[in-house]
Design a binder for this molecule. Sequence first.
Ligand SMILES: Nc1nc2c(ncn2[C@@H]2O[C@H](COP(=O)(O)OP(=O)(O)O)[C@@H](O)[C@H]2O)c(=O)[nH]1
Ligand SMILES: Nc1ncnc2c1ncn2[C@@H]1O[C@H](COP(=O)(O)OP(=O)(O)O)[C@@H](O)[C@H]1O
Length: 201
Amino acid sequence: MTDPAPASPPPTTAPARLTVLSGPTAVGKGTVSAEMRRRRPDLWISVSCTTRPRRPGEVEGVHYHFVTPERFDELVATGQMLEWAVVHGVHRYGTPREPVERQLAAGRPVLLELDLQGARQVRVAMPEAQFVFLTPPSFEELVHRLVGRGTEGPEERERRLATARQELDAVTEFDHVVVNDDVTRATGELMRLMGLQEQVA
Ligand SMILES: Nc1nc2c(ncn2[C@@H]2O[C@H](COP(=O)(O)OP(=O)(O)O)[C@@H](O)[C@H]2O)c(=O)[nH]1
Ligand SMILES: Nc1ncnc2c1ncn2[C@@H]1O[C@H](COP(=O)(O)OP(=O)(O)O)[C@@H](O)[C@H]1O
């Protein structure tokens, strides 16, 4: 008879985990991600590649890696993208695979902010990840935020809101739903889902 395997000690910290944050346009994904980064600088948030032009104030390697369509093709063809999608009908966005794998291997918590198509691809590629859907308190509030942000004209806003209606229907595909009624509260809920405690400076 063999002795039972010794029980492994309980983990002293939350296990490294990949979390995918998704949700419709203007729900506040960028705002909540920035607040997460502010409250937990050790959290690693992926920097995506995009073919869309850089906006004033955006910094290469911080907000995005801005690449040509040819370079994007090459990254996809050589398997360097964990996932990618055409978002809002025009430009391509994708997550470089290697940095995500490296950060997870180093034990850091990792957050990806993706559109719904990207979240679905990661579900297939990395089913052990957890999937969080950020939702607005109401559709009216989503419209209010999109208009208030002022980054799109009326035509583009209509296009995004049509996509948003479809995306909101996909909420049941996600492991958790966080209502972004208040940035501080929603960020706290996401931190708890990621097993992160507030770090007091
Ligand atoms: N699939 C996928 N979507 C992404 C990626 N990076 C950003 N997005 C999504 O692309 C959309 C457009 O982002 P952006 O151009 O910054 O516009 P804005 O967020 O509407 O100001 C957002 O819904 C993001 O969640 C990525 O690497 N992959
Ligand atoms: N909880 C909230 N309450 C009110 N306004 C919010 C909240 N979260 C985000 N916003 C505002 O909504 C707009 C869209 O947020 P943003 O982070 O750009 O969305 P996304 O990245 O999902 O497209 C911004 O003007 C932002 O300041």
